[in-house]
Ligand binder design. Structure first.
Ligand code: DOR
Ligand code: ZN
Length: 463
């Protein structure tokens, strides 16, 4: 196929440093990456001038809550994927805590059909690996991973409805054996439910249901309820051969356990989320309460998590984009256990990481790896996450130096707030392309619902 577009004079990250190139696109794929001007494109090709811009592989976000079906007052597939396009994400995986929760082949089929009609970017959807008799069947539907929540809500019924939680060790063993047989990764939200319950009862007995009490409960014993769950999961992964992916890595001990398990040959990957990197401080728990909970990550853990992201112990950043309405958050000032926890962020995560790069917190090579390269490779999406001939033309053009202020007004999610309101950062997304087509250009979402396709993994390429 002839060249249809040329991204001219963009800087790409090659061996950790910037290199100026022309990127040739033929239809949906990258057909060449050349030194500027090396190839004269046919007159019919559209030229995108990208002087002074970085071209990064489109982000691959393996952990996104799109809320559809069932919770579309918070978000839907169209609004979430608009926010993704504006944030430089070209592929995302949705999560099963929707209504009905995605637990069977037929739930999964209906969910995938919704994305097919509504998504602006490429997608997949992780069903819950709770009904063990469904696990093998769902592998045939082109999924990239399964999900398990070890947490169930106490005091509210969302975002962790009891129907999806799995805490019982025997049930976990069965689920992991069934997932291991598929060869697909299992994403697990590590949590020790009984420890949470014992600790929260003490706060409740004193009548303390504040955001601070909630934050302290979850972080009890310096991360006890995440660490105990992680240790269990690693041991089960070792016994079953299941490919384990730990979501929201939060503590230094989790990082140490994951490193040690890898040395023994356990197949384990992990992610950190935007809120763990940029939000989860005690100062912000005090200032924004329910709006930054998710979890509080004590400073020494946050430092360890950043270090682990730099040195490769943490493989990737995923957003855990988790929109909730103001009403669902505001009740948390009185009773944090009644508030819906989770923090939206897919629209701002990449610019925040670029800003972090400018501050010396992460190298460019690692940035590209954690946003796109690693998630694509580890979940078997061989056409994604790289700027090379033959790969999908999923690209994000970034103005690395533009300073701008994140505001509630800029939010494309259905909710009208962001915990980053008022933050001024350096680095902005200028244009996003999915398979060669513009989905976001200069502040406008231009993609069409239904353009996105299921990103089906290639098992032979997963590494
Ligand atoms: O606090 C959370 N909220 N943790 C999760 O794992 C899910 C998320 C949500 O869906 O809102
Ligand atoms: Zn989540």
């Amino acid at each position: 196929m002839n060249t249809t577009r040329v991204i001219r004079g963009a800087s790409v990250v090659s061996n950790g440093s910037l290199q100026k190139v022309d990127i040739l696109v033929a239809g949906e794929r990258i057909s060449g990456v050349t030194i500027p001007g090396a190839i004269v494109p046919p007159p019919s090709a559209e030229v995108v001038e990208a002087n002074g811009l970085w071209a990064l592989p489109g982000g691959v976000d393996v952990h996104v809550h799109l809320r559809e079906p069932g919770y579309t007052h918070k978000e839907d597939i169209e609004t979430a994927t608009k926010a993704a396009a504006a944030g430089g994400y070209t592929t995302l995986f949705g999560m099963p805590n929707v209504k009905p929760p995605t637990m069977t082949a037929s739930d999964l089929e209906s969910a995938l059909e919704l994305y097919d009609r509504k998504s602006l970017v490429d997608y997949n959807h992780n069903p819950a690996a709770k009904q063990t008799d469904q696990i093998a069947i769902m592998a045939e539907q082109g999924i990239a991973a399964y999900k398990i929540y070890m947490v169930a809500d106490t005091g509210r019924s969302y975002p962790h409805p009891a129907a999806i939680g799995v805490h019982d060790h025997g049930h976990l063993l069965e689920a992991m054996q069934a997932v291991a047989a598929t060869g697909l990764p299992l994403m697990v939200h590590p949590h020790d439910q009984r420890i949470e319950e014992v600790v929260e009862q003490r706060f409740w007995a004193e009548g303390d249901r504040s955001p601070q009490a909630y934050a302290r409960t979850l972080a009890t014993g310096d991360g006890l309820l995440w660490d105990t769950a992680t240790s269990l999961l690693l041991r089960l992964a070792e016994a079953t051969g299941c490919r384990l992916h730990i979501v929201h890595t939060t503590t230094s001990r989790q990082v140490e356990m994951i490193r040690a398990a890898r040395r023994r040959g356990v197949k384990v990957t992990c992610e950190v989320n935007h809120w763990g990197l940029f939000l989860a401080t005690w100062e912000l728990v005090q200032e924004l309460g329910p709006y930054v909970l998710s979890y509080w990550v004590p400073a020494h853990h946050q430092k360890a998590v950043w270090q682990a992201l730099r040195d490769g112990s943490i493989d990737m950043v995923a957003s855990d984009h988790a929109p909730h309405t103001r009403e669902e958050k505001d009740v948390g000032y009185q009773d944090m256990w009644a508030a819906h926890t989770g923090t939206p962020g897919i629209q701002y995560q990449l610019p925040l990481l670029i800003d972090a790069h400018h501050q010396g917190r992460i190298s460019l090579g690692r940035l590209v790896e954690v946003v796109a390269g690693a998630p694509a490779r580890l979940f078997g999406l061989s056409g994604k996450g790289r700027i090379e001939p033959g790969a999908d033309a999923d690209l994000v053009l970034v103005d690395p130096d533009r300073e701008w202020t994140i505001t509630n007004e800029s939010v494309l999610s259905k909710i009208d707030w962001t915990p980053y309101h008022g933050r001024t950062i350096r680095g902005a997304v200028q244009r996003t392309l999915v398979r060669g087509a513009d989905v976001y250009v200069d502040g406008e979402v231009v993609g069409t619902p239904g353009f996105g396709r299921q990103a089906i993994p290639d098992a032979t390429k997963r590494s």
